[in-house]
Design a protein around this ligand. Sequence first.
Ligand code: NAD
Length: 244
Amino acid sequence: MRLENKKALITGAYRGIGKVIADLFIAEGAEVWGLDYKTPEDLSNRVAEAKGKLHWVTADLSEIAAVEGVIENAIKESGGFDILVNNAGITKDNLSFRMSLEEWQKVLDINLSAAFITARTVGRDMIRKRAGSIINMASVVGIHGNGGQANYAASKAGLIGVTKSLAQETASRGVRVNALAPGYIATDMTAVLPDKVKEVMLEKIPLKRMGTPQDIANAALFLASDDSAYITGQVLPVDGGMFI
Ligand code: NAD
């Protein structure tokens, strides 16, 4: 029970990596506020399974102007968060020369601007309490780039910049800010990739398998808990050795 008595806000908790992080944090004793633009069809079952330790905020993070108010409400309702996992993210892949401004902007809005606003709004409250851990879901693509994903790579590289800057601004007040950089993880986001692309990616992974959402959740638990009390401003790749 490494997160006993902790309250966590997890964005993009409807499915994929965010859902598994929410389940693991609850199993480790945390009370979790899941935020997503989708509401689980089986929300009452999920809340019952979590013995009331799951709460839900339905909000669309692409509506940038509303994000700060949504997060402030969640802070009020919960009494304040000890942990934030900024996990919601989208892709809209295209070659740079064909990418529309809409494809560029939407990815930047959700993956970077909404994550920044969420982090600083929760961070402001954490600073008052002199404690907290913020985890931003970046990507190996934000470090190395990826053809066909200039918008996504820019958003994740930006999020790494936010992570390091915010970590410098908050360290003296007891708040830690780190990023995870997942590699190729089996979720709905990657299920849509063509088989040829999947094969090429697998060949690049020394550990010879795709990552699972559980692999990422385990790393998120480490960064959320006091096990990582002396770590801030870091980007932790969880990629099966893809970029050794
Ligand atoms: P996913 O598509 O399965 O889940 C993304 C979640 O974000 C969903 O629950 C979705 O409803 C939510 N979301 C999307 N747009 C939203 C919006 N406007 N407002 C609120 N919520 C919104 O993807 P995933 O694979 O679980 O990815 C989770 C995070 O991990 C993302 O930030 C992604 O970029 C990152 N990541 C994933 C991989 C991978 O290989 N799957 C690799 C590196 C990084």
